[in-house]
Design a protein. Structure first.
Length: 510
């Protein structure tokens, strides 16, 4: 199939009727995933109190979803190219809703970890399918930029809806209710999507290679697990063995893709400097942000004493900034340049994270709210433009695989960020010195310290809480500094890698 770029007036026929209604269904899937990712942070203190997970189990609850989804995104994106992106989206959404029920009624840390992993399997079908369908519905690059902006803005809105809705539910129901809000969104998505979404697939897809799927999953999970364990507990022979196994599996995956007539993932995509630069920018950005975001809700609730609903509202500026920036990001990239918008957005996030290194237990909201707003604006600009660059770099037939690479970078960055930056917070926290009689559980998590303090004499409990909160804040500020360094490095790298990159203007004629 060949593609040409022509002027807009001569190609109104390629603008699919009903494309904006179809987009409204796709953003529901994005909302589903975004809400699920953000409500967990608010529910963490309640999960700690009810299921009594260890500090390591709490990190697994937070990041196993990202581990699994990172390992399967490429495979599921490629499967959507083969069997149909609409089909895999609707099947995945149905499974996502059903498995959310399992998460809601988990009765042990181990069961919740397994349920989160299964949710990752279902989630891996959603995001690549939505971006791939956008790529094939919108042939006008300017319209596609706006569609991607709306897609990204919905994801950002989900990060706001999640904490607010989750906060309301946590104040009136049990922690498992935060997972059940997925069900009505899933139901609307499936019922309406059956009617509105067009089907699209690669007309010459080749076989879906199960060995490649296995190598991708083992490789991603093995490498990320090894990094997580090394960061949390130091190197050991077992950790090294798992890391080497993962690296070997990834090497085998790449080698197999290079030798297959029709691979799951065309590795030649990475020869495109714009594509590679956009993927790297996404990975480093999420790596620098995710550890902070995971612990920020705990800071607002357990350190500053905010109720869950109030904590959700406190995080709203980030989503507002991301929505506003995402809607104008494509226009800004065309007026200035891709690298200016992406690098500027990443630098803004880095500076905002640097500002958070001065927070304390009683830091006022103006500093927190301003920093979150700047983070949101920077993320809205950078993520929207990098997604547009990635989609514009490939043909419609490769849209699923390319979208999966983009989302893999996002999820891999999230897993690594929670593992590395989260381990910084946990490592600093565990070393705090509490009063005599402080139980070991108090050193596992801040939620454990709050629970332990409730069963101690008032003065002793207050001393324990003060020491634990200060240690948590010390770890959070250190992680913020590390995240700021990562984001500023990502901004510099993007400035060079995205040099000369431009978004298309002409209509794409299939």
């Amino acid at each position: 199939m060949t593609r040409t770029l022509r002027s807009a007036p001569a190609n109104e026929d390629v603008r699919r009727p009903g494309r904006w209604l179809a987009l409204s269904v796709l953003v529901l899937a994005v909302l589903l995933v975004a809400v699920d990712a953000t409500v967990l942070g608010l529910a963490t203190p309640y999960i700690s109190e009810d299921l009594r997970p260890s500090g390591t189990q709490l990190l697994w609850i937070g990041d196993v979803y990202s581990f699994v989804i990172a390992g399967l995104l490429v495979s599921m994106g490629s499967l959507g190219d083969r069997i149909g992106r609409k089909r895999i989206l609707l099947v995945g959404a149905t499974a996502f809703g059903a498995i959310s029920v399992l998460n809601a009624y988990a009765t042990s840390p181990e069961l919740l970890i397994v349920a989160r992993a299964l949710l990752g399997v279902a989630g891996a079908t959603l995001m690549p399918a939505t971006l791939a369908l956008i790529r094939n519905i919108f042939h006008d690059p300017r319209e596609r930029s706006l569609a991607v902006g709306i897609w990204g803005a919905t994801a950002s809105a989900g990060t706001a809806v999640g904490p607010i809705a989750g906060g309301f539910l946590l104040e009136h129901f049990w922690w498992g209710s935060v997972f059940l809000i997925n069900l009505p969104v899933m139901a609307v998505l499936v019922l309406v999507g059956v009617k509105l979404l067009p089907e699209s697939r690669n007309p010459s897809p080749g076989p879906w290679d199960l060995l490649s799927v296995l190598l991708s999953l083992v490789g991603m999970v093995g490498v990320v697990y090894a990094v997580k364990e090394a960061a949390a507990h130091g190197f050991s022979w077992a950790t090294l063995a798992v890391g080497l196994l993962g690296a070997a599996a990834l090497y085998g995956f790449v080698h197999r893709q290079l030798t297959m007539p029709v691979p799951l993932l065309d590795m030649r995509l990475f020869r495109n400097r714009g594509f590679s630069g956009a993927v790297l920018a996404d990975l480093l950005t999420i790596l620098g942000l995710s550890g902070l975001v995971f612990f920020l809700s705990q800071y607002l609730q357990l350190v500053q004493g905010r109720a869950p609903f109030e904590a959700g509202l406190a995080e709203l500026p980030a989503a507002v900034g991301a929505v506003a920036a995402g809607l104008v990001a494509g226009r800004a990239a065309r007026r200035f340049s891709v690298r200016a918008v992406v690098s500027g957005g990443l630098a803004a996030i880095g500076l905002a994270l640097a500002a958070l290194t001065v927070i304390g237990q009683n830091t006022g909201y103006p500093l927190l709210g301003t920093a979150l707003l700047v983070v949101g604006v920077g993320a809205g600009f950078s993520f929207t433009v990098t997604a547009d660059v990635i989609l514009s770099s490939v043909s419609g037939e490769q849209a699923g695989a390319a979208s999966a690479v983009s989302e893999t970078a996002y999820e891999l960055g999230a897993a690594l960020g929670i593992a590395l930056l989260g381990s910084i917070v946990t490592g600093v926290y565990r070393d705090f010195t509490g009063p005599a009689g402080t139980p070991a559980a108090a050193h596992e998590s801040l939620g454990g310290a709050v629970e332990a303090a409730a069963g101690m004499p008032a003065a002793q409990g207050e001393a324990l809480l003060d020491a634990a909160r200060q240690a948590f804040v010390d770890g959070l500020t250190l992680a913020s500094g590390a995240g700021a360094a990562v984001l500023l490095a990502a901004a510099a790298a993007s400035w060079f890698l995205l040099r000369g990159q431009r978004l298309e203007d002409g209509i794409e004629h299939p």
